[in-house]
Design a binder for this molecule. Structure first.
Ligand code: HPA
Length: 288
């Protein structure tokens, strides 16, 4: 078990070293971005980006899902050196959770102090329309914990605190930027489920009772892994559809992607304006 963990840690070092070598004299990324389903077109906003397909980075997991491009784009966003993941992998694709969070750990190794994740989510609020952007305030993680297994020295605590996993100061800055750009931002709790089937209406009713406002199949494991390493987190959900039973319509992946594309330009404006704000927030200790 410990041997496996040491091998895994070496793989993270190798992936980070390979990216670093190809970055050459460019600055190391300070901000990590994860662009969810249908949201990857954002890469166009990255100035002079170096684009590395995941399958060319040692040990990097490759997404099998439509709408996930599978590239790491390294460039400047509004003057801030960023590493943007265009597409992510999910537990439901058959990847163990340690693989799902592998890229987040590699980005931490490269030196990011903040990780900004986006995702497509079903909305549990009847009054939230498709395309609504929502700051994640907290999560309920039903996928499983990526930290299960040996906790190697120097990675982070065995029992990391999650009381403020979604950084309140970064959320405050995001709200200010939203106001300045006249982009409406709600705030809510994200419940992470394994998928890949969408939920039943009974499950959605139960999730509402639990306090969830959004439902999706990603983000929570990456957030837990990032916080374990001391990386600050901000997450923005795009309500791509109303969750099962909230409206009478069936939930459809094509609709999810279509809504994602519709709000892409707005999201890109928000992320571009946010980047310097996130860079300005004091970094916490990064033990990666
Ligand atoms: N449920 C789960 N995951 C999702 C949904 C949903 O309704 N929409 C986008 N991702």
């Amino acid at each position: 078990m410990l041997d496996d963990a040491k091998k895994y840690q070496r793989e993270i070092e190798q992936a980070a070293a390979s990216i670093r070598a190809r970055l050459g004299p460019r600055p190391a990324p300070r901000l990590g971005l994860v662009l969810g389903s249908g949201l990857g077109g954002f890469a166009r906003a990255l100035e002079g980006a170096l684009r590395l397909p995941y399958d060319g980075i040692p040990h990097f997991p490759v997404s099998t899902v439509a709408g996930h491009a599978g590239e790491l784009a390294l460039g400047a966003l509004n003057g801030v050196p960023v590493a943007a993941m265009l597409g992510r992998v999910h537990h439901y694709e058959g990847y163990a959770l340690e693989r799902v969070v592998f890229p987040a750990r590699v980005l931490a190794r490269l030196g990011i102090h903040t990780l900004l994740l986006t995702n497509a989510a079903g909305g549990l609020h009847p009054e939230w329309g498709r395309g609504q952007l929502v700051l994640v305030r907290d999560h309920i993680n039903l996928i499983g914990n990526p930290l299960a297994g040996p906790n190697l020295e120097g990675w982070g605590e065995r029992f990391p605190d999650m009381t403020q996993a979604y950084d309140p100061e970064l959320r405050r800055r995001a709200r200010q930027v939203g106001e300045r750009l006249a982009i409406a931002l709600e705030e809510g709790v994200y419940i992470a489920v394994s998928g890949p089937s969408y939920e039943t209406p009974a499950e959605i009713r139960a999730f509402r009772q639990l306090g969830a406002d959004l439902v999706g199949m990603s983000t929570a494991p990456e957030v837990v892994a990032a916080r374990h390493l001391g990386v600050r987190v901000l997450a923005i959900s795009v309500v791509t559809n109303l969750a099962a039973g909230v409206s009478a319509a069936p939930v459809d992946h094509a609709e999810v992607l279509e809504t994602g594309r519709r709000v892409e330009a707005q999201l890109a404006r928000l992320l571009t304006a946010l980047a310097p704000e996130l860079a300005a927030a004091a970094p916490r200790v990064n033990r990666g």
